[in-house]
Design a protein around this ligand. Sequence first.
Ligand code: AGP
Length: 608
Amino acid sequence: MCGIAGYVGQRNAIEIVLDQIERLEYRGYDSTGVAFKSGDSLQIMKRAGKLAHLRAAVEEENPFSEVAIAHSRWATHGAPNDLNAHPHYDATGEVALIHNGIIENYLELKEELTRAGHVFQSETDSEVAAHIIGLEYAEGVPLEEAVRRAVGKFTGAYGFVVISMREPGKIVCARNASPLVVGFGKGENFIASDIPALLPYTRTVAVLDNEMVALVTTEGITAVSPDGRTVKLSPFDVDWDIESAEKGGYEHFMLKEIHEQDDVVRQCLAGRLGQENLTLDGLFGEHVWQDIDRVNIIACGTAYHAGLMGKTLFEKMLRLPTDVYFSSEFRYNDPLLSPKSLAVFVSQSGETADSLAALRLCKERRIRTLGIVNVVGSSIAREVDRVLYTQAGPEISVASTKAYLAQCLVLYLLGLHIAEIKEMPGVNVKAGLKAVREFPEYVKEALDLESSIQDVAKQFANSKLAFFLGRGADANVALEAALKLKEIAYIPTQECPAGEMKHGPLALIEQGTLSVVGATQEDVRDKLVSNIRELQARGSHVLAITTKDDELTPTVVDSCAMIAQTNDWYLNALLSIVPLQLFSYYMALERGCEIDQPRNLAKSVTVE
Ligand code: AGP
């Protein structure tokens, strides 16, 4: 996620905001910028790449200003370059703005402004917001009023921080879904997108609520609601140390990233899910989807498991033959690739060497390629014909959690998009969109299972082996859940479709062996219960993850975690990964494992 910083006081604001941005580097970024009052104008300096590039440019001029705002951008759309970096001017250069989030209606706003003669330097939605605020400001109202009026025109997620030439002692900020915190100093005040950037300067902070517009000056910090009523801020003192603050107060990045997943779903949908329809920009034309006769999904590890979910979905929903290949095997097996096939590369980092090599083979064979990638501008994202970004924000923990959820969600959106184009009989796209729109709340509800999951983990933390089983889409999730336990708790696992157990793996079951079973797929639940009984007959303790309306499974198993019924088989299976991620986390915690940086593993495997 991008980093935001702002300062107004007597010290050199530019030095302070660049230091604040540096403290947010762990969140990942690909460009930085700063805006400040300089003489009789607002100056903006911004650079693609690391903060050091910006620092070098600033040091050359060595400016001083008592007010400044700064930004580190993690591109979600629009390449990571100097032009797309923040801050952005409005049309007159009177206002400078930085922004976190995605403004869903920016294209229509941009078209209106362009027709009115506005010229834009960048591809970003943020610059459009700056122009809209500048237009309100040109009416002669105070900056805070201009921002308040403007934000009513935006839909989507935003965290804005704005300064102006006309009122240089003011910083105005507004948020909706993208976090903003303010810091209270003595004769000086601060803004940031995350608490760690404030701690070296003040421990008295307040988190802005959604739709608040705050005015920050050296005299103090006040806030108003969208209708202009003064609202009370709730300052509190932070007792975290800086290192734990970077994790948002969580003990590990992995737990932070698991808990971010309801917001990640919203970010993943932002700009794509309107009131009625689904918009996936920059994909192939409709005729291409009619022409594609096969999909080959190519990936590694967790991304491969997301690919399996894509296979189940495309074959069940679209009747589209789909194969999933391990990237590391793909190019050595002389794969059969039909000229009308589509190669889909799923990758969080976009830098996995095996996936990149497989991509280049497909391009040599002139196969259409699509990337489902998290890191904007990464190698795979640049080399595929089309890319769908998962918009999950930087994933720090080596064990992938939120990226997996976002990958599976993007595959689902792609499935609905193709179903709409091909007018697939029996596919209710509107119902699918409704379920997706509600999914963030289901994820939030699943996260509330944390303490009961932790209790089961405490009971089984010393397991020597754990089974992960399921049928249908649950069998795919079982593989991902097993990988989590392996890679962070170092517990050997046996994962397979539940019906496959009696063909060999059942021999491994002993008294007390833990079996984790996904039971969300109603159409195969009776069969699954038979498998559960086979396990219990040989002494296994069975933990099931199932939907709340399941009246059968809870009566059979030894432990059970109940998730929402989303009324969609794919989303039910996907939702079950949330308690399973928590389970692996707490098993590893109980065992005193490292968790964020597991032994022998790297976040991105850029070697073959
Ligand atoms: C999953 O928890 C691991 N981090 C690993 O399996 C990872 O998914 C795999 O290396 C693929 O990485 P990518 O998504 O960046 O291509």
